[in-house]
Design a protein around this ligand. Sequence first.
Ligand SMILES: NC(=O)c1ccc[n+]([C@@H]2O[C@H](COP(=O)([O-])OP(=O)(O)OC[C@H]3O[C@@H](n4cnc5c(N)ncnc54)[C@H](O)[C@@H]3O)[C@@H](O)[C@H]2O)c1
Length: 281
Amino acid sequence: MTIKHIFVIGAGTMGNGIAQVAATSGYQVTCMDVAPAALEKAKATIAKSTAKLVEKGTLTPEQKASADAIQFAENMDTMKDADLVIEAATENPELKFKIFKEMDERARANAILATNTSSISITKIAAVTKRPDKVIGMHFMNPVPLMKLVEVIRGLGTSDETTQTIVDVCKWMGKEPVEANDSPGFISNRILCPMINEAVFALQEGVGTPEAIDQVMKLGMNHPMGPLTLADLIGLDVVLFVMEVLQRDLGEDKYRPAYLLRKMVDAGHLGRKSGRGFYSY
Ligand SMILES: NC(=O)c1ccc[n+]([C@@H]2O[C@H](COP(=O)([O-])OP(=O)(O)OC[C@H]3O[C@@H](n4cnc5c(N)ncnc54)[C@H](O)[C@@H]3O)[C@@H](O)[C@H]2O)c1
């Protein structure tokens, strides 16, 4: 299937990055959000990011012009023209089910409906639509313009044709698609979040200071940043949410969130976005 027009839902951290990369790869792009402030912020972020990439020589002025041509919308009216809809709204199952019902009603019958969810079952999301064969996970990494990986997640009913089309779109965007089956946390968060959670257990039990824990993983394991620094970047609420999904859906105690992680989220210490997490910002 040929994809020409991509409609991105959600203009936040991930949505604006996805819209940017899709546009600079030559797709016609519409980026939609219910919050006008998010659309304004996305416009500014994309303008700044593409200007920087042109300066560095990794983007041509023509590619920047394509990003400048992204259409921003506060509703789903133009979704009917899209071949692919990528949902990157807030990580909340009820919200995603509601959005997917609406996507299914508004998008063309042959359009593919993708979600950037980090932890919600693709099969469950697909079940609220009448086209589970055309629903798929496209899990981009943050920051989208810089990170190579897209985890491509097949739900139970996702067709081979849909998967192949999405693999081709990812490659066209200059990304490296890696296929995973639908399972809690997929591959990325099944491995990453328990590692971060274990680092929080080590801190809570006094095995080391935050700096020591991060230094061991950076210098000893060649990780580009330590797990607690990474947790602050991702958001401690997001890490906690993923651990709760893993514990509930895989039913194993080894995924129980560290008490300190929960306490920090309760206190509003969410990491960089709140100015305080394991470190102060
Ligand atoms: N942040 C990350 O590092 C990361 C990485 C991979 C995947 N994800 C996933 O990407 C998705 C988006 O995460 P984010 O970090 O960009 O969140 P974010 O909070 O930065 O942005 C979410 C946006 O969705 C908008 N939104 C809420 N309801 C909407 C609706 N009904 N219609 C349209 N827009 C709506 C909000 O206004 C907000 O601008 C989530 O599913 C998340 O799990 C996030």
